[in-house]
Design a protein around this ligand. Sequence first.
Ligand SMILES: C[S@@+](CC[C@H](N)C(=O)[O-])C[C@H]1O[C@@H](n2cnc3c(N)ncnc32)[C@H](O)[C@@H]1O
Length: 298
Amino acid sequence: MRRLAEELEISLGIPHHPEEGELLIRLRPTENPNKIPEEKPPEPRFAEPEPQQDGRGRGGRGRDSRPPHRFQRAETWREEKNETFDEGDEGMEPEAPPEPRFEEGWDVLARLTPRPLSARAWRVCNMAGGLNATIAYAVFKLAGVREQDRVFNPMSGSGTLLIERDLMGPSTALVGVDINADAVRCAQQNIEAAGRTIEVARVDALETGLPPRSFDLIVADLPWGDAITVRGGNEALYLAFLKEMHRLCSRQGRMVVLTHELKLFERLMAEQDRWHVHELFQVYSGGHHPKAYLLSRK
Ligand SMILES: C[S@@+](CC[C@H](N)C(=O)[O-])C[C@H]1O[C@@H](n2cnc3c(N)ncnc32)[C@H](O)[C@@H]1O
């Protein structure tokens, strides 16, 4: 490990300090790209198909139409058994291309920055469901960073979206609200640590009392799963949210919604006629696969 760390330090230029852990190295067995998930013993070549409920027998479409990986496995088995086939064998499938060679070994993974890209010095307070800062950054990159934007972040939690937006450049207004007092305090601590001045208040995003068309860009990381805040669950919350944000969004305005409730959100989008919607991206984050959608008023 020491020699490996020294080599990596030279080639990556990241100092290796075992105590502070600046250079992070991970070793793992190389994954076999050809891995067949389930290793079953090969099927006998000419075994009669077992009848299934639909009466078609195993594979349904007969031996000629077996999927390639099953065919390849049968080929391997034939080689092992030293059996041969003539080119004209009835029912034979064309030769499958050989799988790429795989050699067992180890992957050496090295992080290329002293800290993970998502780690932010300003994060002094975290909360369950806090957004990864790199996702927040990506959202604004894709939604556009415009000085003339009045930006609203309903359901602002620990303030990730607010801070990342502010760090990217000036805006005409930048306001966050959250219904939870702890979340507001958490956001305020992070904002202070970031050295920014951003307005964040304990207010129900569905009842802000603000006039129509107050904002040009609304960015929301919606509650999901069991973090239900309204009677009727997330469906009622999402419906009320979409209606109220439509009221608060300017005519040329846009909104980005981040959510883990993909089925629910996509169904609601299919059933409504207030917003145009298109998917921006899907990420893997903390064991989940949230999506970001860009909405514009119809
Ligand atoms: C997924 S979290 C947001 C996390 C945030 N992006 C962060 O980085 O910390 C959803 C937030 O919505 C807030 N919330 C739920 N219903 C709300 C409502 N009606 N008005 C305002 N905030 C609400 C919750 O308190 C929670 O902080």
